[in-house]
Design a protein around this ligand. Structure first.
Ligand SMILES: NC(=O)c1ccc[n+]([C@@H]2O[C@H](COP(=O)([O-])OP(=O)(O)OC[C@H]3O[C@@H](n4cnc5c(N)ncnc54)[C@H](OP(=O)(O)O)[C@@H]3O)[C@@H](O)[C@H]2O)c1
Length: 302
């Protein structure tokens, strides 16, 4: 081994220790938060659920302008009016993120009518909620097109300008199900796992791009229409998150440039256990918590 390689090998554990301690200190003493007053934020799926709460949270945190994308004009219009009443300029556009041409076309309209997007929140998603054998092929494809490919198109549409401006942030509202999948949502879990890989790859790929950061949020079950009817075994032990809390934590992670956020924090334990326990023990955890059968009562909406 030459001296240079030896130096790098010896340096690595020190660097790991430094960054771990730094992250610990940041948890206890969060640093300066990003000022959002010059930011134009686009939220896909901004008309309802977590996306609508995100819009309100960005508005309260001082964002300059908001843009909401979604499929349903009625709820986009209502959400937009609410944000305008809060004193933040807000625009909405009907755009199906699964449709590549529509994404590129609407992105051009946004640039011309509103300006350069500096924070892109990929939040739109669907869940089909049936077993593989009970699912129509088109329904399985739809989850992948919206939840995974939609992110490719929106990122290709907006990231280049952020890189030019050296100012931007890419946000993904993912799910803890990307790391701990459940039966009965095979379409969703698969799409969220590839969306997580997309964000992990993007986060590393942007390491040397000054001014452009990434945040991926992985929430547990949240109280919106998406997973309506889903029942875990002990709801008091595992209560759903409130969408406003997910929104607050997401905006805070953007402002502190935090790359990955598990919600709640205890989900770290699940990921750790998954990496050390045998599959039979993990199956017991799923039986105990009821995640094994929780989709049997699912109603949801796509
Ligand atoms: N709810 C949970 O338990 C939970 C847990 C973890 C993570 N998440 C994630 O949080 C995010 C928001 O979910 P939510 O709970 O707020 O669900 P939701 O209430 O069902 O909202 C989903 C949003 O996505 C939009 N959308 C769906 N398909 C679209 C498409 N093709 N093009 C554009 N917009 C589309 C919907 O717009 P329209 O209403 O116009 O169709 C809606 O605004 C999702 O990424 C979800 O995976 C949710």
């Amino acid at each position: 081994m030459d001296l240079r390689t030896l130096g790098c090998v010896l340096l690595l554990p020190l660097q790991l220790l430094y960054h771990t301690l730094r992250a610990g200190v940041r948890l206890l003493l969060p640093g300066r938060r990003r000022d959002l007053s010059g930011d134009v934020v686009l939220i896909t799926g901004g008309g309802r659920g977590i996306g609508r709460h995100l819009a309100k949270e960005f508005s309260q945190s001082g964002a300059k302008k908001l843009i909401l994308w979604g499929r349903t004009e009625k709820c986009l219009k209502e959400a937009c009016e609410e944000i305008n009443h809060m004193g933040t300029e807000c625009h909405y556009f009907v755009c199906d993120v699964a449709n590549r041409e529509e994404v590129y076309k609407q992105a051009k309209v946004v640039r011309e009518k509103v300006g350069d997007v500096t924070i892109l929140v990929n939040n739109a998603a669907v869940v089909h909620g049936k077993s593989l054998m009970d699912s129509e092929d088109d329904a399985l494809l739809k989850s992948q097109h919206v939840n995974t490919m939609g992110q490719f198109w929106t990122t290709k549409a907006f990231l280049p300008r952020m890189l030019e401006l050296q100012k931007g942030h890419m946000v993904c509202v993912n799910s803890i199900l990307s790391l701990s999948p459940i039966p009965g949502a095979i379409d969703y879990c698969t799409s969220k796992a590839s969306s997580l890989a997309f964000m992990e790859s993007l986060t590393l790929g942007l390491l040397d791009c000054p001014g452009v950061g990434c945040t991926t949020v992985l929430p547990f079950h949240t109280n919106t229409e998406m997973f309506q009817g889903m029942r875990v075994r002990f709801p008091k032990l595992f209560p759903p998150l409130r969408p406003e809390v997910v929104a607050q934590r997401t905006v805070d992670a953007v402002r502190t440039n935090t790359a990955f956020v598990y919600l709640p924090w205890s989900m770290h334990a699940l990921v750790f256990l998954k990496s050390i326990l045998p599959q039979s023990a993990l199956a017991e955890i799923h039986r105990f918590s009821g995640t094994y059968t929780c989709m049997n009562t699912f109603k949801g909406r796509t």
